[in-house]
Write a protein that binds this ligand. Structure first.
Ligand code: HT7
Ligand code: ZN
Length: 838
């Protein structure tokens, strides 16, 4: 496999001006005709034109109407090379046949009977021979011809300019996209779909038709997605001054699709990310839909109108767009709770990745398969970098920066430096060193020491950092720009308690000398909601780690009464937002705690965390029962903050109560399950019951399946709940799930529900007998034959193997070695397995 380096970037020798595509979609074969106007970058250039192409059968190639003979070009499994094209502009025409059997979810493929495409990052080369790189921006037309009965709906990017019937029961449609775009934003959909229609009037008074296309029986479940789309369109106008630019915006929903895709005016989504009803989707699903519909829509400006020069710049569009969707969700819900959720995610996935062999900078220096770089580093850490620009410049300065960025670069393919320059130039800002955030891997560690001088009445904060980040500031904030830096505060009557890194203003690990009392004070009083939560989490992590040592020494486990008191105060504080309370009384995840250990011990962490949960439930039983009773849902489901917050608190309390053994509580939890009127309550109660093995668990799981077996999205929840379970020896149950009639390895959602779920259970995936590792290792090879992108996602489960004890290390390493040396392993899987072994 060939490694590609950022430093080797070269401008293309040829640009493409217009691209006219014509698809004849058939059951046996699909024929693609491409007519491309080619313009040399430098007039008179004598260079071969290298076109990418995979799994294609070339039928003919013409230049300026003349068919080329075999000696005029080279053809291999990945390229068509025109050896000596004319020395000026010319028309290139190719006819190709596309491989019909395609389970890779890339290029043109069938999803439950409908044709759809996925071209990012490098899928367009599976559709036709092309310079498949994002700096080739062209205007496209697309003619689609297909059987009218089988494929009544024919969609592509832009505007529909012509349609009609053809002989033999066929019909056609011609789409024209007036905006230049890279080929990764091309899309085609053909199938039996129906649409939910609505309109949005833009800030300049233009009416945009909005259509969400789904299979007919799913249409009722697209209401929330339509609400989300309209909210996103309005928010982007209000907050970023970005108006939608066409008269039509289509969203297509298909079951077999990896995530979601921002194709110009034709976004495509996996069903899970669009379809919702109160009975079948939880609050978390509703919130995720809002975020992802917003995310793909926001790409219209950050990604589509201004795109990436090359795939190393991926975070230019993804980091910025994640930041935009985070802000959108914050503005529509609770800012503090959203921030807590985003930071927890960053710490759980990105920090852990950044501390292991899969660490890479937000802008990687090299890759084998770019598909492997759609990571939490590019997305979530990238968003934190964008957030820092805003922290440094303030809202107005940041807006000036984005305005300048769009003005300068509309219609261009640009780099992270271009974004940086727009921020700097719009504000005359001094951003020295800031670009290091793009090129350094790893999480900086900032150490802070405080001291108070009674006589001088000064308080000083001394910061030192091991990987130098370089924030700066406009407001009253401390800019730590050097390896070591001290800030002194004067005229203070007593030693203050600093609230540092408020709102989590930089993606770093902060080690402070705050005492436990300081932390309890911040937990009770900090005016920054994020830091209030953070104080509780630091205390909880310390508590768990102390008890882990006790557990390892076989000593008795104890729970600090001051901690119980702190949790009780939060629980009973009626001035607090209920969703915040739910977050604040939730203990840090097992992964986060293990990240802090020299040698990760999943059994000890699980045992201690479970002990603390149960002990809290015992000591605060009545308070939890009250919270359940006070916050029961009304009959009608509302997706608004007040109601979501009530449900979050009630269900968190229920989870605690379910850890108890007594009859009364078991009955309470079961009743909550039976009387639930929406999926949030029903599923939370099921999850609470399923924590403990036994008949109640088996019965509830069977009941839930019988209720919902007709709805595959709900069944996926059922699958992942079981596979993620921490009950002892769960690997055997998970193996059985693979044989369950509802499971299908070729379906991405089902696969991730089961495997994604399983690896989330630290005790079972890292079982000391190696059974979890072997199960996942075998599955990787099976999956790799079907879909290398999905398989490489699964291999990454092993990447932190060296964090565990010797026995586990050897077992995990053996699986990686087996994968690397397996016959015919894909580049995707090979790259991740090899890097994990490094
Ligand atoms: N920009 C999209 C990325 C994406 C993707 C990448 C690789 C393989 C399959 C994919 N499906 C979608 C989605 C986004 O981040 O907005
Ligand atoms: Zn994106």
């Amino acid at each position: 496999p060939k490694e590609i380096f950022l430093k080797d970037y070269k401008l293309p020798d040829y640009y493409f001006d217009t691209v006219d595509l014509s698809f004849s979609l058939g059951e046996e074969k699909t024929i693609v005709c491409a007519k491309i106007s080619v313009v040399p970058r430098v007039d008179g250039i004598a260079a071969p034109l290298v076109l990418d192409g995979i799994d294609l059968k070339l039928i003919s190639v013409k230049i300026n109407g003349n068919e080329l003979k075999e000696g005029d070009y080279d053809l291999d499994a990945r390229h068509l090379i025109l050896k000596a094209p004319p020395r000026g502009s010319f028309i290139l025409e190719t006819v190709t046949e596309v491989l019909q059997k395609n389970s890779s979810f890339e290029g043109l493929y069938k999803s439950s009977g409908n044709f759809c495409t996925q071209c990012e990052a490098e899928g367009f080369r599976k559709i036709t021979y092309f310079q498949d790189r994002p700096d080739i921006m062209a205007k496209y037309t697309c003619r689609i011809e297909a059987d009218k009965l089988l494929y009544p709906v024919l969609l592509s990017n832009g505007k529909l300019i012509e349609q009609g019937d053809l002989e033999g029961g066929k019909h056609f449609a011609v789409w024209e996209d007036p905006f230049k775009k890279p080929c990764y934003l091309f899309a085609l959909v053909a199938g039996q779909l129906e649409s939910r229609d609505d309109t949005f009037t833009t800030c300049s008074g233009r009416e945009v038709a909005l259509r969400i296309w789904t299979s007919p029986h799913d249409l009722p479940k697209s209401e929330h997605a339509m609400y989300s789309l309209k909210a996103a369109m309005k928010w982007d106008e209000d907050v970023f001054g970005r108006e939608y630019d066409l008269d039509l915006f289509n969203i297509v929903v298909v079951p077999d699709f990896l995530g979601a895709m921002e194709n110009k005016s034709l976004n495509i989504f996996n069903s899970k990310l669009v379809l919702a009803s109160p009975e079948t989707a939880s609050d978390a699903d509703y919130a995720a839909i809002l975020g992802v519909i917003g995310h793909e829509y926001f790409h219209n400006w950050t990604g589509n109108r201004v795109t990436c020069r090359d795939w190393f710049q991926l975070s230019l569009k993804e980091g910025l767009t994640v930041f935009r969707d985070q802000e959108f969700s914050s503005d529509l819900g609770s800012r503090t709770v959203k921030r807590i959720g985003d930071v927890s995610k960053l710490r759980t996935y990105q920090f852990s990745r950044d501390a292991g062999p899969m660490a890479h900078p937000v802008r990687p220096h090299s890759y084998i398969k770019v598909d492997n770089f759609y990571t939490s580093t590019v997305y979530e850490k990238g968003a934190e970098i964008v957030r820092m620009y805003k922290t440094l410049l303030g809202s107005e300065g940041f807006r000036k920066g984005t305005d300048l960025y769009f003005k300068r670069h509309d219609g261009q393919a640009v780099t992270c430096e271009d974004f940086f320059a727009a921020m700097r130039d719009a504000n005359n800002a001094d951003f020295a060193n800031f670009l290091l955030w793009y090129s350094q891997a790893g999480t900086p560690i900032v150490e802070v020491k405080s001291s108070y001088n009674v006589e001088a009445r000064t308080f000083s904060l001394k910061f030192s950092q091991t990987v130098p980040p370089t924030p700066a500031c406009l407001h009253y904030c401390l800019r730590v720009t050097k390896g070591e830096e001290e800030f002194v505060f004067h005229d203070l009557d007593e030693k203050p308690i600093p609230s540092l890194l408020r709102g989590y203003s930089a993606p770093i690990r902060l080690h402070s000398d705050l005492t436990e009392n300081n932390l309890f004070f911040l937990l009770a009083h900090d005016s920054d909601g994020f830091n209030r939560w953070e104080a509780g989490q630091i205390l909880a992590r310390k508590l768990v780690l102390t008890q882990v040592v006790n557990f390892q020494k076989d000593d008795k486990l104890v729970l600090d009464p001051q901690f119980v008191h702190g949790i009780k105060c939060i629980l009973l504080d009626s001035s607090l937002d209920k969703e915040f309370i739910a977050k604040a009384i939730t203990l840090p995840g097992e992964g986060e705690i293990m990240d802090m250990m020299e040698v990760a011990d999943p059994d000890a962490v699980h045992a201690v965390r479970s002990f603390i949960r149960k002990q809290l439930a015992l000591e605060l039983k009545q308070e939890f029962i009250n919270k359940v009773k006070e916050n029961r849902s009304s009959e009608k489901y509302e997706f608004d903050h007040v109601n979501m917050a009530r449900r979050a608190l009630k269900n968190t309390a229920l989870g605690y109560l379910a850890t108890l053994e007594d009859e009364e509580n078991s009955e309470l939890v079961l009743n909550e399950y039976k009387s639930a009127t929406n999926m949030t309550d029903q599923f939370s109660a099921l999850a609470a019951i399923a924590q403990k093995p036994g008949k109640a668990r088996e019965d509830a799981l069977a009941d839930f399946y019988n209720k919902w077996k007709h709805d595959f999205l709900v069944v996926n929840k059922w699958l992942s709940l079981q596979s993620a379970s921490d009950i002892p020896g769960n690997v055997e149950n998970v193996k059985k799930l693979l044989d369950h009639p509802s499971f299908d390895l070729t379906n991405a959602n089902k696969m991730f529900s089961v495997i994604g779920g399983f690896r989330a259970s630290y005790v079972n995936f890292h079982a000391k007998d190696g059974s979890g590792y072997k199960f996942v290792g075998d599955l990787v090879l099976l999956l790799d034959k079907l879909n290398p992108q999905m398989a490489s996602g699964v291999v990454s489960s092993f990447s932190r193997w060296n964090r565990y004890d010797d026995t586990r290390q050897n077992l995990a390493k053996a699986q990686l070695e087996m994968i690397v040396s397996a016959n015919g392993v894909s580049e995707n899987v090979y790259e991740i397995a090899l890097k994990s072994l490094a």
